[in-house]
Write a protein that binds this ligand. Structure first.
Ligand SMILES: NC(=O)c1ccc[n+]([C@@H]2O[C@H](COP(=O)([O-])OP(=O)(O)OC[C@H]3O[C@@H](n4cnc5c(N)ncnc54)[C@H](O)[C@@H]3O)[C@@H](O)[C@H]2O)c1
Ligand SMILES: O=c1ccn([C@@H]2O[C@H](COP(=O)(O)OP(=O)(O)O[C@H]3O[C@H](CO)[C@@H](O)[C@H](O)[C@H]3O)[C@@H](O)[C@H]2O)c(=O)[nH]1
Length: 432
C-alpha cells in the first residue's frame, strides 16, 4: 500500500521505517527540512536501536521524506504523528494537530478518490471528531465519510525499544466509525499482525483515544502506587523490592512496572496523565486516582533529597548526579527526574556535577538555564564529591565499585535501585 506519515519525530519515523520494512511504500511529510534531508540521505533523525538500519535499508527505495504535503495525494492512507504537547494547566494543546490537518485537507482538496486519515498522536476523547475532522473538512471542502474517512490508531511503543515494540505489539487498536476504515487499517497492519501475536481491537474513535490514556494512566498509577507503598516501606525499614517481588507472584498484580524509586518522567506519562486529568475536569469530573498519581510522582525527588538532608549539609559541597535521561537506553531528557533533583541540590547550595552515558548533550541543549558541571565519566563526577545521587538506572551504574573510593565522603543516595551496595560506602535507598 502507499502510506504517508505526517510528522517524522520519534513515532513518525519509527512507524514509517517499520511500515516500509513490512513491504509498504512510505512517504514522511515533515516541516523540518533537516529531518527530511536526513531520511532521504538514509539516516535516522532520532536515536532508537535498530531504526538507523531500517532507514538506511529503505530510504531511496520504498521510504522517502518531503516537506511538500501534496505528496499525500499519491498515497491511500495518511497517519498524523504530530506533537500533542501540554498547555500551562496540563490540558492538551491541539495546535499542531489542527495545523497538520489543515495542510492535509488542502492537499486532499485536489485528490480524486478515497483517502483514509488516521490519527496516530495521543489525543483526548473527542479530538479526532471535533478538531481534526472539521479542520480537514474545511480545508478540503469534502465531508468526512464521503471524500475522506477518519480513523484513530493509538501508538504504544516505548522510547529505547520503539522499533521492537512497533513490530511486535501485544495489541493494535483501530478506532473508526465505518467498516471500510477497519478494512484499510487491517490491510496496512496485515503483515505485522500475521508475524506477531498482536490482538486486533476494533472499536470507536473515542474509545481508541481513551484506550491510550487508560493504558498510560494505569501504568503511571502503578508506578505511583508502588512508590507510595515504597515510601511506607522506607518508614518501617522494609525493602520495597522484596515486597514487590512477592506481590508480583500474584498474577492479578504481575511483575512489570513495580520498580519503586524517584518516579516516572519522559515525554508521555507526565503529559498524558495531566492531559486526561484536565479533560476530565473540563467535563465535570475530578479524577482522584490520577491526581494522586501525579502527587506521589512529584513527591519522590523531594523524598530522596530529604534522605540526603538527614545525613549531610551539601551547601558549598560538590554533589554528583548520576544519570540525566528519563530512563536508560535513550538520550531523551524530557521531564527527567534529574531536573527536580539538580534544582533541589542547587537550592541547598550544592555544586552539582552531572554524568550520563548518552544524554549530556541533549540535557544541556534542553535545559540551557540549568548550570551544572558535566563530567565525561561516572568516576570523574564522583571524584571529590560529598555525596552522589543516582537518578537513572543505567547498567553501568550497577558496575561502579572502586570509583566511589575517590569521593570526599562516600555517601550514595540511590533513586533507582541501581547502585550495588558495597563495603566502604554509606548506601541509602529511596524505598528500600
Ligand atoms: N515518543 C513516544 O514514545 C510516543 C509513543 C506513543 C505515542 N506518542 C504520541 O505521538 C505523538 C507524536 O510524538 P513524537 O514523540 O513522535 O513527537 P516528536 O516531537 O518527536 O515529532 C513530531 C514531528 O512533527 C513535526 N511537525 C510539527 N508540526 C508539523 C506540521 N504542521 N506538519 C508536518 N510536520 C510537523 C515536527 O517537526 C516533528 O518532527 C504525540 O501525540 C505523542 O504523545 C509518542
Ligand atoms: O517500574 C517502573 C517502570 C517505569 N518507571 C519509569 O516510568 C517512566 C516511563 O517508562 P517507560 O514506560 O518504559 O517509557 P516510555 O518510553 O515513556 O513509554 C511509555 O509512554 C509511551 C508514550 O505514550 C507509551 O507508548 C508506552 O507504552 C509507555 O510505556 C520512566 O521514567 C521510568 O523510569 C518506573 O519508575 N518504574
Amino acid at each position: 500500500m502507499h502510506v504517508s506519515i505526517v510528522g517524522s519525530g520519534y513515532v513518525g519515523t519509527t512507524v514509517a521505517a517499520c511500515l516500509a520494512d513490512l513491504g509498504h511504500d512510505v512517504t514522511n511529510v515533515d516541516v523540518d527540512e533537516d529531518i527530511v534531508a536526513a531520511i532521504n540521505d538514509g539516516e535516522s533523525p532520532i536515536h532508537e536501536p535498530g531504526l538507523a538500519d531500517l532507514v538506511a535499508e529503505h530510504a531511496g527505495d520504498t521510504l522517502r521524506a518531503t516537506t511538500d504535503y501534496d505528496a499525500v495525494r499519491e498515497t491511500d492512507v495518511t497517519f498524523l504523528a504530530l506533537p500533542t504537547p501540554s498547555e500551562a494547566d496540563g490540558a492538551i494543546d491541539l495546535a499542531y494537530m489542527e495545523a497538520g490537518a489543515t495542510s492535509l485537507g488542502e492537499a486532499l482538496a485536489e485528490k480524486e478518490g478515497d483517502h483514509l486519515v488516521v490519527v496516530k498522536s495521543t489525543v483526548v476523547p473527542g479530538s479526532t471528531e471535533e478538531v481534526v475532522t472539521p479542520a480537514i473538512e474545511e480545508a478540503s471542502g469534502e465531508t468526512a465519510g464521503e471524500g475522506f474517512h477518519v480513523a484513530m490508531n493509538p501508538e504504544f511503543l516505548r522510547m529505547g525499544t520503539a522499533v521492537e515494540d512497533f513490530l511486535d505489539p501485544q495489541k493494535v487498536v483501530f478506532g473508526a466509525r465505518e467498516p471500510a476504515a477497519y478494512d484499510t487499517l487491517g490491510d496496512v497492519f496485515a503483515p505485522l499482525v500475521e508475524e506477531s501475536d498482536a490482538a486486533v481491537v476494533e472499536t470507536g474513535l473515542r474509545e481508541a483515544e481513551m484506550i491510550k490514556y487508560a493504558n498510560n494512566g494505569f501504568l503511571a498509577a502503578k508506578v505511583s502506587l508502588i512508590n507510595d507503598i515504597g515510601n511506607i516501606c522506607k518508614e518501617f525499614d522494609v525493602d520495597a523490592y522484596e515486597v514487590a517481588d512477592a506481590i508480583a507472584l500474584d498474577d492479578r498484580i504481575g511483575g512489570r512496572f513495580l520498580r519503586s524509586g524517584i518516579g516516572y518522567g519522559g515525554s508521555c506519562f507526565p503529559k498524558d496523565v495531566n492531559a486526561i486529568i484536565a479533560a476530565a475536569r473540563d467535563a465535570g469530573y475530578e479524577p482522584p486516582m490520577l491526581e494522586a498519581t501525579v502527587e506521589v510522582n512529584d513527591l519522590q525527588p523531594e523524598r530522596l533529597l530529604g534522605l540526603l538532608d538527614e545525613r549531610a549539609d551539601v551547601a558549598g559541597e560538590r554533589v554528583a548526579v548520576l544519570g540525566l535521561s528519563f530512563k536508560p537506553g535513550t538520550d531523551d531528557v524530557r521531564k527527567t527526574r534529574a531536573v527536580p533533583v539538580i534544582e533541589g541540590l542547587q537550592e541547598r547550595g550544592a555544586e552539582v556535577v552531572a554524568y550520563d552515558p548518552v544524554a549530556t548533550e541533549s540535557f544541556a541543549e534542553h535545559y540551557p538555564d540549568i548550570e551544572v558541571e558535566y563530567a565525561d565519566s561516572a568516576a570523574e563526577a564522583l571524584d571529590g564529591a560529598r555525596a552522589a545521587v543516582a537518578v537513572t538506572d543505567w547498567d553501568e551504574f550497577a558496575a561502579l565499585d572502586s570509583e566511589f573510593d575517590a569521593m570526599a565522603t562516600p555517601l550514595v543516595l540511590d533513586g533507582r535501585h541501581i547502585v550495588e551496595r558495597r563495603d566502604g560506602i554509606e548506601y541509602v535507598g529511596l524505598t528500600w
